[in-house]
Design a protein around this ligand. Structure first.
Ligand code: CA
Length: 587
């Protein structure tokens, strides 16, 4: 062939109209550094890249390649993780939008805006956390609880399915996940008395394959027929409370290929007022545990049957959703484990085979609601730190106010941590804060907030709230801590180059030394960062992308903390950085 023909062939190969994302691509996402085709940079959600082109010595030479505005009038929180495939970045934005952007030039390829109806009920900003890719389609969920499949080349709708009834408080914000040709999703709406569920849809047709509710007593579905009941009806719930019992699976899940298990977390039981969901001290008797709210669930991806469960906060009463991501890893002794940093302030290690409890250690300071975690993984409650029962109050309309740590936004909220295969440590974005919280009477009304609680979040310390921690999962030891004035709300990524990337609400995109926590590089992005970084390699150069755009739950729900950070400006920019080849060895 002539040189000309070879060049044309190479160009065709680089952007092949027929390139299809396969199951193998999804399975190998961590090791194939040329693309990022899953949420979590691998379905075990380690957010670890084996790339070391960019490293501690040369990160100071990392420079912006381009920036893409997703702004217009639609800004607010930008929390998505980009997908990188076939020279294109696919990233979701606030208000249920999806953008395809040329990964080299930053030019828009296409944009899809979901037409949202009046009356959607997102609890915690109009955010979206990312898309899934499979075959030649891109999938994402919308704030009116629909699942949309688009042609990845054109942005044209292939199918668009209603998942749930947005008028009942359901919405959708998580990145979907694809396993064996099925698009696996959770749901949102725990503050409206919805019923949490994990569901699987056929990627080709959009037909539901199975649905698994996360609250006891609700019937599952398989291939259009009722399948099995989740648990036993009302076994750990009083009366009819299970019917609107919450347990929303709003952060999506992970997939452990070695045990062929989906792992999803379920949010708070509804309503927040825990006195309506059981009597007596939860340590005496398990009849008020409110399964499977505030739990992690291992689920069979073929049938939607529950394989195991682990409940972090039985009869939860502080909005300690059990949704935080569960990351599969192998510890330094070769044990196959899961790690998860719960809203309740404890970092749990579980056994990957059966979800059994291994250990738990506090990862934030001054935890007040529990003395610790016992040998079975159950909290040792400090019952005096449970918000009081309104029925015990003199006037019957407001229970005793208590100051609890952490606050309901959690020792860690949704923002994903990273596990480094290089150091064997987790990098956990946490926040040091507490809250005044009290209970109030409440009854369920479709489409209305179903809390039965009031609250005000307060900082614990004068000079910082945010705290990125390097945590040893074997011992719970905090090896280093990076303190940040505003609460951290962005994802974390670690690399074989010894770098830990994250962003701050103050707008700084940071690269830290994985062994010391020293800031080696930073870049001011112009708005607060609540997005999730990714990295990949093209033509021998390493790239890093992150969304900048302040918003999310903190400004809406943060009480005194929200007032403290109300000077931060909104934005909506996808920043992409690159280490130019000629600077890779310049020290
Ligand atoms: Ca919640």
């Amino acid at each position: 062939m002539t040189r000309f023909t070879l060049a044309v062939c190479a160009a065709i190969l680089a952007t092949s109209a027929h390139a299809q994302v396969t199951d193998e691509d999804l399975a190998n996402d961590q090791s194939d550094t040329s693309q990022v085709v899953t949420n979590g940079m691998g379905r075990d959600l380690q957010r670890y890249s084996p790339l070391e082109i960019l490293n501690k010595d040369n990160v100071k030479n990392l420079v912006p390649a381009w920036a893409f505005s997703m702004g217009g009038e639609k800004q607010r929180g930008q929390e998505a993780q980009p997908i990188v495939y076939d020279g294109v970045i696919y990233v979701t934005g606030s208000y249920s939008r999806l953008f395809a952007i040329d990964a080299m030039t930053g030019k828009e390829v296409w944009q899809y805006d979901a037409r949202l109806p009046e009356g959607i009920l997102p609890c915690c900003d109009v955010i979206n956390r990312g898309a899934a890719i499979y075959g030649d389609k891109i999938f994402f969920g919308t704030l009116d609880a629909r699942l949309v499949a688009l042609d990845r080349h054109t942005g044209d709708v292939v199918w668009n399915k209603k998942m749930e009834d947005y008028k009942a408080g359901y919405s959708y914000t998580a990145a979907p996940m694809v396993v064996d040709g099925k698009v696996i999703v959770g749901n949102s709406g725990g503050e409206f008395g919805v019923v949490g569920a994990v569901s699987a849809y056929d990627a080709e047709t959009g037909d539901m394959v199975w649905k698994r509710p996360t609250i006891e007593g609700h019937m599952g579905e398989l291939n259009g027929e009722p399948s099995t009941m989740t648990g036993e009806e009302g076994k750990t719930w009083p009366g009819d409370m299970w019917k609107t019992g919450g347990g929303a699976t709003w952060l999506g899940g992970s997939y452990d290929a070695e045990t062929d298990t989906l792992v999803f977390g379920a949010g708070n039981p509804a309503p927040w007022n825990s006195h309506l969901r059981g009597a007596g001290e939860p340590n005496d008797d398990n009849s008020g545990d409110n399964l499977y709210a505030a739990s992690r669930l291992g689920i069979d991806p073929e049938t939607g049957e529950i394989k195991w469960h682990f409940q972090t906060t039985p009869r939860e009463g502080w909005d300690f959703d059990g949704v935080n991501e569960v990351v599969a890893f192998t510890d330094r002794d070769g044990n196959k484990r899961f790690g998860t940093a719960d809203r309740n302030g404890f970092f749990y290690v579980l056994n990957r085979e059966d979800g059994a409890f291994v250990s738990a250690h506090p990862f934030v300071k001054e935890i007040s609601w529990a003395e610790g975690i016992d040998e079975n993984g159950r909290p040792i409650y400090n019952e005096a730190n449970r918000p009081g029962n309104p029925l015990a109050a003199a006037d019957g309309d407001k229970g005793e106010t208590i100051f609890a740590v952490p606050s309901f936004l959690g020792g860690k909220n949704w923002m994903p941590m990273s596990y480094s295969q290089k150091t064997g440590d987790f990098y956990v974005p946490s926040n040091e804060w507490g809250m005044d919280i009290w209970n109030e009477p409440i009854s369920y009304k479709k489409g209305a907030a179903y809390l039965g609680a009031g609250f005000t979040i307060k900082p614990l310390f004068e000079d910082y709230i945010g705290s990125l921690k390097a945590l040893d999962p074997m011992t719970g030891e905090i090896k280093w801590e990076y303190k940040n004035e505003a609460p951290l709300w962005a994802g974390v990524m670690s690399t074989a180059g010894g770098l830990v990337f994250t962003g701050t609400p103050e707008g700084e995109f940071l690269a830290l030394d994985d062994e010391t926590g020293e800031v080696l590089w930073s870049f001011q992005t112009g708005s607060g960062i609540v997005g999730q970084p990714v990295t990949w390699e093209q033509d021998g150069e390493q790239y890093v992308s992150i969304l900048s755009g302040w918003g999310g739950a903190v400004p809406l729900w943060g009480g005194e903390v929200a007032k403290k950070v109300n000077y931060l400006n909104q934005g909506a920019m996808l920043w992409t950085f690159r280490l130019p080849k000629q600077l890779a060895s310049v020290q």
